[in-house]
Design a protein around this ligand. Structure first.
Ligand code: ADP
Ligand code: MG
Length: 268
């Protein structure tokens, strides 16, 4: 905690305006996921059941419609509505993980979107994903993108005292490297884990969706603030030691993991 006076990092204090911004972000995510539908499906064909693009596109289109239909909503209500819609419309593992966690974390935005409430929201969201899916960094899931993003965002706001947009840009950058980190590792959770070592060499679809969502939240925030997306140095993403326990370092040992279809590798 920085102990700063409230207000210094606040991007907005008006709940109605914030609600409109959250709706705009949801619409941007829905458009992006629709554009990436085939790519997400391709990723899921390689290590899953080829439904991720369709699941997510259907869910986010319905979520955007539900968000648009709300009458002058606040951020908590938008997030809760979107989360419930994702839970109802996105099948598979990712619906309850993306959607249920959003419903739960939405309560952190009850007093509007500030840098502080956004950090609390992000942390609660990640905790809920971990609770529900029991995955940690290094299991080749969406957690590999979300964990560095959330911890980088928190550190950027609370320790480095960066403006919210820069903190968000750093979080997106960390998520991007989290997605790359899923490629050389082996899936230990979800459908891809059935493949054992054959999951190595493939980018995780859920981590990829998580990155697209974060990228669109950043783009929408920059747009609403009438600012350019800040250039961020590719400094190391921040994850706490306990999150990395048992996992390969994002920029280190992972490259030593065995290649794709290593016939000599045991599955367990
Ligand atoms: P399904 O695997 O049921 O077909 P999707 O294809 O929609 O569901 O989503 C797959 C994605 O869900 C994976 O790429 C991974 O990121 C994520 N996922 C699967 N299981 C878990 C888990 N236990 N914890 C976190 N994320 C998971
Ligand atoms: Mg699937």
């Amino acid at each position: 905690m920085s102990g700063d006076e409230p207000g210094e990092n606040e991007s907005s204090v008006d709940a109605a305006a914030d609600g409109a911004a959250v709706v705009a972000a949801v619409e941007a995510v829905a458009d992006r996921i629709e554009r990436e539908r085939d790519h997400l499906t391709e990723l899921d064909s390689a290590i899953g059941d080829a439904d991720h693009g369709g699941n997510m596109a259907r869910g986010w289109a319905a979520a955007a419609e539900a968000a648009r239909d709300l009458d002058d909503p606040d951020p908590e209500t938008v997030c809760k509505t979107v989360g419930k819609t994702l839970m109802a419309e996105v099948g598979g593992a990712s619906g309850p993980l993306f959607g249920g966690s959003l419903v739960f974390a939405s309560a952190e935005l009850a007093d509007g979107v500030t840098a502080e409430s956004a950090v609390a929201f992000a942390e609660t969201y990640l905790e809920k994903v971990e609770d529900r899916g029991d995955a940690r960094v290094g299991d080749q899931t969406m957690v590999d993108a979300l964990t560095p993003a959330v911890h980088t965002f928190k550190k950027s706001v609370e320790t480095d005292d960066l403006p919210p947009l820069e903190a968000l840009a750093k979080a997106v950058d960390a998520a991007e490297r989290g997605v790359a980190f899923t490629v050389p590792i082996r899936a230990k959770k979800g459908r891809a884990s059935y493949l054992g070592w054959r999951s190595v060499g493939h980018q995780d679809p859920g981590a990829t969706s998580a990155l697209y969502i974060l990228e669109e939240v950043l783009a929408t925030a920059a747009d609403r603030l009438d600012a350019d997306i800040p250039d961020v140095d590719a400094t190391s993403p921040t994850i706490p030691d306990e999150a990395a326990d048992g996992a390969d370092a994002p920029d280190g040992d992972a490259a030593d993991a065995p290649d794709g279809d290593d016939p000599t590798a045991e599955d367990d």
